[in-house]
Write a protein that binds this ligand. Structure first.
Ligand SMILES: *[C@@H]1O[C@H](CO)[C@@H](O)[C@H](O)[C@H]1NC(C)=O
Ligand SMILES: *[C@@H]1O[C@H](CO)[C@@H](O)[C@H](O)[C@H]1NC(C)=O
Ligand SMILES: *[C@@H]1O[C@H](CO)[C@@H](O)[C@H](O)[C@H]1NC(C)=O
Ligand SMILES: *[C@@H]1O[C@H](CO)[C@@H](O)[C@H](O)[C@H]1NC(C)=O
Ligand SMILES: *[C@@H]1O[C@H](CO)[C@@H](O)[C@H](O)[C@H]1NC(C)=O
Ligand SMILES: *[C@@H]1O[C@H](CO)[C@@H](O)[C@H](O)[C@H]1NC(C)=O
Ligand SMILES: *[C@@H]1O[C@H](CO)[C@@H](O)[C@H](O)[C@H]1NC(C)=O
Ligand SMILES: *[C@@H]1O[C@H](CO)[C@@H](O)[C@H](O)[C@H]1NC(C)=O
Ligand SMILES: *[C@@H]1O[C@H](CO)[C@@H](O)[C@H](O)[C@H]1NC(C)=O
Ligand SMILES: *[C@@H]1O[C@H](CO)[C@@H](O)[C@H](O)[C@H]1NC(C)=O
Ligand SMILES: *[C@@H]1O[C@H](CO)[C@@H](O)[C@H](O)[C@H]1NC(C)=O
Ligand SMILES: *[C@@H]1O[C@H](CO)[C@@H](O)[C@H](O)[C@H]1NC(C)=O
Length: 605
């Protein structure tokens, strides 16, 4: 991963809140002046075979690649001799581009992602790899100016108060929905939601859900002010303002991308979304999709504006402040139904009471789409250039959890051709098996969506086991695995995928990281155990047929990160013998399958 040794003091001065704001800052601003769309279009429309990145994405990433990233490589790999290379033999202007895709899946996934990031950061404090995913962790990192994972999760005793995971997500004062604190809190949640409703924008259950998440993952809530209106609790913090954080301005942080799926309007789909449904992304610059049928983006600052073929209704028909960080996280994680309908160990009865209570109050005041979708005004309505875009005739988009098409790890954004990534690190905390472990289903879904629908717009996926049974049987879902180690072409026909699945401890200890998605409160002790276990597991690698960590796994991570750079040299450099040994151990080789029996004693409880 790309690490920062030299950046332990992030400039936090001047970052303290200028104003506390108000919970009603959740309301978007409507009837705002629009830019002159003739000179400053709100949409960017391209084709799958002639994509372009937003100029500010390109500029940001290039600046990072030329200023910050080369030093990160040097700090991490030294002169390269520890892994059998001479770093100066590589072309310093073309180090591999690395992305990191972090899965969704409630508190479990946020904690697993945090554990992994803490394991791959040299500050042992937080990760600085390029690219991202999973919305709670990602949103939280950026809206807090990319602090260390420790400060982010536990607080820093000063202006950061931690994730407060011991306050249950939907019933922070405990199971009694009618307790005074819970009732005050629901009133505050609804205070935000009603302020949005007053603007005339359609709402849904995603809105209170987004506010609930904000109390944990945005930065204005403490143990002391939780049940009060003393701060805005993250209302008014905008995704399009991420470029204002100090660490962005110094190009220290990866470019963040959050994924949401859609339910084609009128399709009446309820449970799983079909692969053909448009997948959207949300960056601080834009909202839109790289899927071939759309290939268009809208300016994030004006996301929430109804456009007809790219035109607002009039000069003052624009909406701003719709891109609330909480709403972006909520849109990409509509887990409310999963949590409230769970038959898990949690008190689902109190949680379904919450949904009824919130919705009945919301419905009493505003017409609300109760459905489990986030309502986004459709900026791509009637877009003449995209007649086959499936929602071209709808004035609203219905967005749902980024994992509802079963791509729980947000790979799509990482494989976009224009991004040109060489390495994709996949942090998978999906709950696929009965005991909440991943079984590779997300990778198989993404590979299949790419090969069936996205060939013109996305890079190919490297070879995988043919199905989830083979994934489990070969053991690759239970230990770090590298996919795509043996390309046939130069330049390689696909990126390398470094797969870091949530899995039980190497030494056979009882796992704590496979909690249910529906578990929405974690004691501080469990939080600590969880992070420590995820961390130990990720730095441990594996040695076949043992229960010991691999002391060379750190080197193997260096090998896989730098591997694609060999192809940039003419003639390509040979893989070093140290790295060849790593690849033998960690690569998925379709011609020489491994077996789960090489991972003895794992407690899959
Ligand atoms: C590709 O798109 C760019 C604008 O982004 C345009 O200038 C160029 O002409 C296009 N190329 C082709 C072959 O269409
Ligand atoms: C690494 O390569 C550079 C330039 O090719 C050379 O000057 C240097 O001596 C090499 N270092 C080692 C340890 O071989
Ligand atoms: C909290 O978020 C606000 C709004 O984005 C920001 O101005 C402030 O700097 C953040 N606080 C910290 C400690 O990062
Ligand atoms: C917070 O403000 C809302 C109105 O916006 C109000 O309904 C609610 O009771 C207030 N909550 C507290 C704890 O004061
Ligand atoms: C969805 O349901 C509505 C109302 O029941 C119906 O009119 C419509 O044809 C359905 N659409 C599809 C694609 O099944
Ligand atoms: C969004 O539009 C405004 C007004 O034209 C412009 O100043 C801003 O740079 C645009 N933002 C992006 C990310 O394109
Ligand atoms: C502009 O359009 C908006 C949204 O359709 C509408 O509410 C507003 O009245 C219009 N303003 C003018 C001056 O026509
Ligand atoms: C569920 O609620 C009961 C009391 O209503 C409480 O004793 C129990 O600890 C709760 N369980 C969980 C997992 O929160
Ligand atoms: C949109 O509506 C037009 C006119 O009714 C129709 O011809 C077209 O097929 C529709 N497009 C889609 C993608 O549904
Ligand atoms: C999974 O793939 C393996 C290897 O291709 C094959 O033998 C097996 O029948 C497949 N299982 C299922 C359930 O499709
Ligand atoms: C893998 O998980 C998916 C759910 O995500 C499930 O449908 C499938 O049956 C599982 N495969 C195996 C082999 O258990
Ligand atoms: C297959 O992999 C095993 C280790 O997993 C290794 O010992 C063996 O040499 C490999 N065989 C080939 C043909 O690469």
């Amino acid at each position: 991963m790309l690490l920062h040794h030299c950046l332990s003091t992030l400039a936090l001065a001047g970052v303290v809140y200028a104003t506390k704001g108000s919970i009603t800052d959740y309301a978007p601003l409507v009837n705002q002046p629009c830019p002159n769309v003739k000179t400053d279009p709100l949409l960017r429309v391209f084709t799958p075979t002639n994509q372009s990145l937003h100029p500010r994405e390109e500029e940001y990433v290039n600046k990072r690649l030329t200023t910050v990233v080369p030093n990160e490589w040097k700090n991490w790999l030294g002169d390269g001799s520890a892994i059998g290379y001479n770093l100066s033999a590589f072309n310093c202007n073309s180090f591999p581009k690395i992305g990191i895709a972090i899965s969704g899946g409630g508190y479990r996934a946020a904690l697993y992602g945090a554990g992994v990031l803490s394991a791959v950061d040299a500050r042992d404090q937080s990760a600085k790899a390029a690219g991202t995913g999973g919305s709670w962790l990602t949103g939280s990192l950026y809206m807090n100016d990319f602090p260390t994972i420790k400060d982010l999760v536990y607080g820093n005793g000063d202006n950061m108060h931690g994730w407060l995971l011991h306050f249950p997500l939907t019933t922070p004062d405990g199971d009694n929905v009618y307790s005074e604190n819970n009732q005050d809190w629901y009133d505050s949640i609804l205070g935000s939601v009603f302020a949005k409703g007053d603007t005339g924008i359609d709402m849904s259950i995603t809105d209170p859900w987004s506010r609930m998440i904000s109390y944990h993952f945005l930065n204005q809530t403490s143990r002391v002010n939780f049940f009060t209106n003393d701060t805005a609790h993250g209302a008014g913090q905008l995704w399009s303002r991420v470029p204002l954080i100090p660490s962005w301005q110094q190009h220290l942080v990866p470019f963040p991308i959050i994924q949401a799926d859609s339910r084609p309007v009128g399709s009446n789909l309820t449970a799983t979304i079909t692969p053909a449904s448009t997948v959207y992304e949300m960056t601080p610059m834009e909202f839109g999709s790289w899927d071939p049928q759309l290939s268009a983006m809208v300016n994030m600052t004006y996301g929430g504006t109804h456009l007809t073929n790219g035109q607002p209704a009039n000069d003052t028909a624009c909406t701003t402040s719709f891109d609330q960080a909480g709403f972006i996280m909520g849109t990409s994680s509509n887990l409310f139904n999963q949590i409230t309908s769970s038959q898990g160990s949690d008190n689902s009865s109190s949680e379904s009471e919450v949904i009824q209570l919130i919705l009945s109050r919301q419905l009493a005041k505003f017409p609300t789409q109760a459905a489990d979708v986030a309502n986004w005004p459709n900026p791509f309505y009637n877009l003449i250039a995209k007649p086959s875009f499936q929602d071209v005739n709808s004035t609203w988009l219905e967005l749902v959890d980024g994992g509802e098409n079963l791509e729980v790890v947000p790979f799509g954004q990482q494989f976009v051709r224009a991004r040109g990534l060489d390495v994709v690190v996949a942090v998978d905390a999906s709950s696929d098996t009965l005991t909440n472990w991943p079984n590779g289903s997300s990778l198989i879904m993404s590979a299949s969506r790419i090969s069936n629908l996205l060939q013109s717009s996305h890079q190919s996926f490297p070879p995988l086991p043919s199905n989830t049974s083979q994934f489990v049987f070969t053991g690759v879902s239970t230990r770090p695995t590298f996919f795509g180690c043996f390309p046939q072409q130069n330049p390689p026909e696909y990126p390398i995928v470094v797969y870091l699945p949530n899995s039980p401890p190497l030494n056979g200890d009882s796992p704590v990281t496979n909690t249910s998605t529906a578990q929405v409160d974690y004691t501080p002790e469990l939080t600590q155990l969880f992070l420590d276990q995820a961390h130990a597991n990720v730095i441990g690698g594996f040695i076949p047929n043992t229960n010991s960590p691999d002391p060379d796994f750190g080197k193997c991570m260096q090998c896989v990160a730098i591997d694609r750079a060999r192809y940039q040299v003419n003639p390509p450099l040979a893989r070093s013998s140290i790295c060849a040994r790593c690849f033998q151990q960690y690569c998925f080789n379709p011609n020489n399958l491994t077996s789960a029996s090489e991972l003895p004693g794992r407690n899959l409880r």
